[in-house]
Design a protein around this ligand. Structure first.
Ligand SMILES: [Zn+2]
Length: 223
């Protein structure tokens, strides 16, 4: 994103409330002693701001990470760097799957939605390979995967509604990718998170619950 810095003024007018890309804490970011820069155009001897640019720090005492932002004339945040990413639990996820999914999330946070769509499909393909799910296309592989894992049936049926995944042929067309927008990517990322939980994390949670029960049984039986 290019902002032309001519002419500029300085101000401290922007409230930057966001999720910290460093620690995940939600909050209003703090000023760091510097004024923000704004660009403006002049009409009838009055300055009308167009963009604001500035630096803030995370309000979480343990983090205090930096954030650069650009906001529009209505003070809406257009961009932050580092950018906000969708949080998810990485526990137990194999490297190949994790790398693909992290890239999908990075693409989304930088508004590269087509690239994110491709990486979401790659993530799901990697999960299917790792779990030995088969089928002639990704949709069928996910149906097969669904029969092997604990996941609500409604979620797999709902997959049909996603152009990114729904009942596709062996190869999704380039045209389909260009029709996919922010909303669909966000739903697809949430869907992928549920699949990741079902494949890699529920089992672990169940095992931990079972261990607690075994421990209780042993205490009761005095063994
Ligand atoms: Zn932080």
């Amino acid at each position: 994103m290019k902002i032309v810095l001519n002419p500029t003024g300085s101000d401290r007018a922007i409230n930057v409330a966001t999720c910290c890309p460093h620690c995940g804490h939600n909050g209003t970011f703090l000023q760091v002693g510097l004024n923000d820069v704004y660009t403006f155009h002049r009409s009838n001897n009055t300055n009308y701001p167009q963009h604001y640019l500035g630096i803030r720090k995370c309000p979480n005492e343990k983090c205090q990470g930096h954030l650069f932002f650009i906001a529009d004339s209505a003070k809406n945040i257009l961009l932050t760097s580092p950018s906000e990413t969708i949080p998810f639990d990485k526990e137990n996820i194999p490297d190949k799957v994790l790398n693909a999914f992290e890239e999908a999330i990075k693409c989304h946070s930088n508004s590269c939605f087509i690239a994110s769509a491709i990486m979401i499909r790659k993530t799901l393909e990697e999960i299917c390979i790792e779990r030995g799910a088969t089928g002639s296309n990704l949709y069928k592989k996910l149906q097969d995967l669904g029969s092997k894992i604990l996941i609500p049936k409604e979620l797999l049926t709902g997959m049909n509604e996603l152009r990114l995944l729904g009942n596709d042929a062996a190869h999704i067309e380039a045209q389909t990718f260009s029709e996919i927008g922010k909303e669909e990517i966000e739903v697809s990322l949430e869907f992928t998170k549920e699949i990741l939980k079902a494949v890699y994390q529920y089992e672990n949670l169940l095992q931990r619950l079972k261990n607690l029960k075994d421990k209780d049984d042993k205490t009761i039986n005095g063994t």
